[in-house]
Design a protein. Structure first.
Length: 412
């Protein structure tokens, strides 16, 4: 395996503010008006952690436009804006105040982040990729009121803290295709996480893995089709392949492995826990199915095999699963009836300690981590596929669900 390290350099608290003014009395701009100040704390944090945005130097009742912008990996500019009204002290606190108009509605401390739109289109039809190779990316914020000089601040969103190690895995040398992401050596180890994507194929988890590893979880992002040396489509995937991956990950996590599956990956995660309970401590499934579905996109072949034979279509067998299952689902999923699948799954498992998180205004993009723009439409070679839900609904689901998933992983 080939490995590399990404060290995240956390900025000191002294660099929290990049101010073009101050809200302290006596600091005046043109015409005697107080200079605007923009305070964003902390100045750097993991990309799934919230920030606090405050604007000072305003007159009571004065309006101010707070904007956020970032460049995605392709260089496309994304931007949000919200108009706020200052309180009696001339302050706007985005964590407590709702915009009167703009990119989002209601009180939402991170609304300026997840509500960013591409300046050249509708975010519903874009699936942005964010810079991650450097371990971080900047978001630029500004506050503008009237004709006064604007205030600005730049914050850094980190994918890692400390020395996180990335190692590429190949079938020839490791038995699987994937990326092994290990925590910094000085961070206490937590259960490993085997990340399984869905019908998009290839290698996923490029954002989730470093966030989890920064918290002590060894992570294996596993490709099981649609990548080099693997089948091109989702059919005839041996469950033994997932068992090999779980065993490899277990050697880096003291044998503690959580199978994590999204969409079609939920079938693989549940089947792995069913047929190899000794390898799987717990299961997390997003937008799941409790059914074994046929191959994709061709439905004439089996999706999964065991001992060289097709795994039969129908309900996923669950009687040998030896650990808790957490399901996260959007009730407005338009890809498949994930809410019904989830209810049937938890019922078949027998309830506690298994549980589900349901989000009524979210769709197939119900997860995972929060605070970045996400699409509600998946663009395929044959046309657009509606994922259901709304951008605010998906954002709310991720904001609420991600901390619960992190807690579940830490305590599994």
């Amino acid at each position: 395996m080939r490995s590399r390290r990404v060290a995240s350099r956390i900025l000191p608290a002294a660099v929290v503010l990049l101010l073009l003014g101050s809200c302290v009395g006596g600091d005046r701009g043109v015409g005697g008006a107080a200079r605007l100040s923009l305070a964003v704390t902390p100045a750097s944090a993991l990309a799934d952690e919230p920030l606090r945005i405050r604007v000072g130097g305003l007159a009571a009742g004065e309006r101010v436009v707070v904007s956020a912008e970032a460049d995605d990996r392709s260089g496309r500019l994304w931007r949000s804006r919200g108009t706020f009204v200052a309180d009696a002290n001339g302050v706007v606190d985005v964590s407590q105040d709702a915009p009167i108009d703009g990119s989002y509605a209601g009180v939402d401390p991170m609304g300026p982040f997840w509500s960013m739109d591409p300046v050249d289109g509708d975010a519903s039809h874009f699936a942005p990729e964010w810079p991650h190779l450097r371990g971080h990316f900047p978001v630029r914020l500004s506050a503008a009121a009237g004709q006064r000089e604007s205030a600005a601040a730049t914050v850094r969103r980190d994918w890692t803290t400390g020395d996180v190690t990335f190692a590429e895995l190949s079938p020839a040398t490791d038995g699987v295709r994937g990326m092994l992401v290990l925590p910094p050596p000085d961070v206490p180890r937590r259960p490993g996480v085997l990340l399984l994507g869905g019908s998009e194929g290839g290698l996923g988890g490029r954002y989730e893995a470093p966030l989890l590893a920064s918290r002590g979880h060894p992570v294996l992002c596993l490709a099981y089709f649609g990548a080099a040396d693997l089948l091109a489509a989702l059919h005839d995937i041996p469950l033994e392949y997932f068992a090999t991956a779980a065993g490899l990950l277990g050697r880096h996590s003291g044998g503690e492995v959580v199978a994590w599956g999204y969409s079609r990956g939920s079938e693989a995660a549940l089947l792995l826990a069913q047929w190899y309970p000794e390898l799987v401590r717990a299961v997390v499934v997003y937008a799941p199915s409790n059914w074994v579905n046929p191959g994709y996109p061709e439905t004439g072949a089996a999706a999964w095999t065991l001992d060289g034979r097709p795994v039969p279509l129908g309900p996923v067998p669950l009687d040998r699963i030896d650990g808790p299952v957490l399901a996260v689902t959007g009730e407005d999923d338009e890809v498949w009836p994930a809410a019904w699948f989830t209810a049937e799954l938890i019922h078949a498992l027998g309830g506690s300690p298994h549980r589900a998180l349901f989000y009524p205004d979210s769709g197939h993009r119900v997860g995972t981590f929060p605070y970045l723009p996400a699409t509600t439409v998946y663009r395929t070679s044959t046309g657009d596929l509606s994922l259901g839900g709304t951008r605010p609904g998906d954002a709310a689901a991720r904001r609420d669900g991600w901390p619960q998933v992190l807690e579940f992983l830490a305590n599994s």
